[in-house]
Design a protein around this ligand. Structure first.
Ligand code: NDP
Length: 281
C-alpha cells in the first residue's frame, strides 16, 4: 500500500511539476562566454549553440576557438564570434566586452568561467604566482563584469560566475586557487546586494562545482584525491540552467549544497581528510 501511494504521489508530481527552466528563453539570447576553448566552457558553448543563442567566445588559443566556433554553427547557434584574449593582461576585459557588444548589439548573459594554469600542490611560497592567478581568476572577472554592467542592466541580463567548492570550503593543494574563488564569492555576493538596493535588475548566479572530468582537473588531481569526477557536459548545463533561472547559487553535483551546510555547522577536518591522500602529498 505504501509503495502504491508513493507511486501515485510521484506520478502526480511528475504530471503537475513544470520545469522552471525555459530553454526557449535562450533562443537569440546574446552571450559572452569566457574560457570557451576547452573543458566546461567548451561544453557550455555547445549547449548555448543548441539552444539557438548568439555567442561570443573568448580564451587565449585562436586555433582551438575557431574549431569550437565551427561546431557551434553546426549545432544551431544563430551567430558565433570569437576573440582571443589573455586575461592576465589588465586591458583585455574591456576590449573583449566592447567587441561582444559591437558584434551582438548588447549582452543578455556574461558567463565568467576561465581560470589561469592551476597548480594542485602544496604551498611553496610563490607569492608572485598568487598575484598572477588573482589577476586571471579574480581581477579580470571584476573588470569584465564592470564593463558589461551597463548593457546587462539595459537588457535585464544575467552575470554567471563559475566558482568551486574550494571557494566555499578550504581544501589542501589549492591555496592560491581557493583564494581567488573565495574572492569571487565575496565580491559578487556583495555586488548582488548592491544591485538589489539600487533596484538594478541584473541577476548574479554563483556556481559551486565539485570535481569535474575536464582534462586539466583530472591531470591535476590524479593520485591526490579519492573523488569521482562528474561529467563536464552536465556541469555546463547546470550552470546555464541556473543562469537562465536567475538563481543566486548553483551547486553541481546538487549534494554539494548539503556539504557546505554541514561544513558551516561542523567545520571538522576529519571528514574532509577522507577524500584526500594525506599519506603522499
Ligand atoms: P579548463 O582548464 O579545462 O579550461 C580553462 C579555460 O580557460 C580554457 O578555455 C582556457 O583556454 C582558458 N584560459 C586559461 N588561461 C587563460 C588566460 N590567461 N586568459 C584567458 N583564458 C584563459 O578549466 P575547467 O573547464 O576545468 O574549469 C572551468 C571553470 O570551472 C573554472 O572556473 C574552474 O575553476 C571551475 N571548476 C572546475 C572544476 C573541475 O574539476 N574541472 C571544479 C570546480 C570548479 P586557453 O588555454 O585557450 O586560454
Amino acid at each position: 500500500k505504501v509503495l502504491c501511494a508513493t507511486g501515485i504521489v510521484a506520478g502526480l508530481l511528475a504530471f503537475f511539476w513544470k520545469d522552471p527552466f525555459n530553454a526557449e528563453s535562450l533562443s537569440g539570447a546574446r552571450v559572452l562566454l569566457t574560457g570557451a576553448s576547452a573543458g566546461i566552457g567548451e561544453q557550455m558553448a555547445y549547449h548555448y549553440a543548441r539552444f539557438g543563442a548568439e555567442i561570443v567566445l573568448t580564451a587565449r588559443r585562436e586555433a582551438v576557438l575557431q574549431k569550437v566556433v565551427e561546431k557551434c554553427l553546426t549545432l544551431g547557434a544563430k551567430k558565433v564570434f570569437y576573440i582571443p584574449a589573455d586575461m592576465s593582461s589588465p586591458s583585455e576585459p574591456e576590449r573583449v566586452v566592447q567587441f561582444a557588444v559591437q558584434k551582438l548589439g548588447g549582452l543578455d548573459y556574461l558567463v565568467l568561467n576561465h581560470i589561469g594554469v592551476t597548480r594542485f600542490q602544496m604551498w611553496a611560497g610563490d607569492v608572485e604566482y598568487t598575484r598572477w592567478l588573482m589577476q586571471v581568476n579574480f581581477f579580470s572577472y571584476a573588470a569584465l563584469a564592470t564593463a558589461a554592467l551597463p548593457t546587462l542592466e539595459k537588457n535585464e541580463g544575467s552575470l554567471v560566475v563559475v566558482s568551486s567548492l574550494t571557494g566555499k570550503i578550504p581544501t589542501p593543494f589549492t591555496t592560491s586557487y581557493s583564494a581567488t574563488k573565495f574572492a569571487l564569492d565575496g565580491f559578487f555576493s556583495s555586488l548582488r546586494h548592491e544591485l538589489i538596493m539600487q533596484k538594478r535588475n541584473i541577476s548574479i548566479t554563483l556556481c559551486i562545482l565539485g570535481l569535474i572530468d575536464t582534462d586539466t582537473a583530472l591531470e591535476n588531481t590524479r593520485g591526490k584525491v579519492h573523488l569521482t569526477a562528474s561529467p563536464a557536459p552536465e556541469a555546463a548545463l547546470a550552470i546555464i540552467r541556473g543562469g537562465a533561472m536567475r538563481v543566486q547559487e548553483v551547486f553541481y553535483p546538487w549534494w554539494l549544497q548539503h556539504v557546505c551546510c554541514l561544513w558551516v555547522l561542523f567545520p571538522n577536518n576529519q571528514i574532509l581528510q577522507s577524500y584526500y591522500n594525506y599519506s603522499s602529498p
